[in-house]
Design a protein. Structure first.
Length: 170
């Protein structure tokens, strides 16, 4: 008799200020290869986010609703302060998930990977390459384009787009 496969949990940390179509693609693909996926939204005050943590959580929780249809284990979204590896462990994760865009991301991600491996050798990091068409998307540029009245609909999911516009136009 075959034993039931152990449940593999992934933890996808980020600032998500705001969540972009590139992040949504990583979320969908990571959810496809893991049994459970927890998205961890870092408070990350150092980055001086445009959106407070509660609003970043709201955007993600609303925009992932379609991805959760029919899923046995719905993707969950949590906020965290402190170390990503601690939050990953608290949520029972076996692996941290990160998206990689171009070569420019490599050095930073490699550093984080090394530090996280040292802090928590039992939690590996899995990298998913951003799809063609998402390689150039960045949260910082999305905010700049929105501030300058450009169209951000191709770069962010629908609720997040409306939320950013509401926030910027008061
Ligand atoms: N497609 C398109 N864009 C992508 C993408 C993808 N697949 N993946 C990331 N991006 C972009 C984002 O839009 C964002 O753009 P920006 O630089 O213009 O803001 C950028 O890549 C990175 O943002 P994000 O994915 O939200 O992650 P982050 O780099 O802000 O996250 C944490 C960093 C939260 C993972 C890290 O700071 C952390 O772990 N903090 C907790 C404290 C800790 O553990 N510190 C020790 C770390 S070793």
């Amino acid at each position: 008799m075959t034993e039931p496969a152990p449940s593999r949990t992934g933890f996808y940390p980020g600032t998500f200020d705001p969540v972009t179509s590139g992040h949504m693609d990583i979320i969908e693909r990571a959810a496809g290869v893991m049994d459970r996926l927890v998205i961890g939204v870092a408070e990350n005050r150092d980055k001086q986010p445009l959106l407070p943590l509660e609003e970043r959580l709201l955007c993600l929780r609303t925009d992932i609703v379609p991805l959760n249809e029919g899923r046995a284990n719905p993707i969950t979204v949590i906020g965290f302060t402190g170390l990503a590896v601690h939050a990953a462990r608290t949520h029972g994760a076996h692996a941290i998930i990160r998206g990689l865009r171009a070569v420019a991301d490599f050095e930073y991600e490699n550093q984080m990977f090394g530090m996280n491996q040292h802090l928590a050798p039992d939690i590996d990091t899995l990298f998913l390459m951003a799809r063609e068409g998402h390689q150039y998307i960045s949260s910082r540029l999305v905010k700049e384009i929105a501030r300058l009245d450009g169209d951000i609909s191709g770069f962010v999911p629908p609720f997040t787009r409306r939320h950013i516009l509401k926030r910027l136009r008061g």
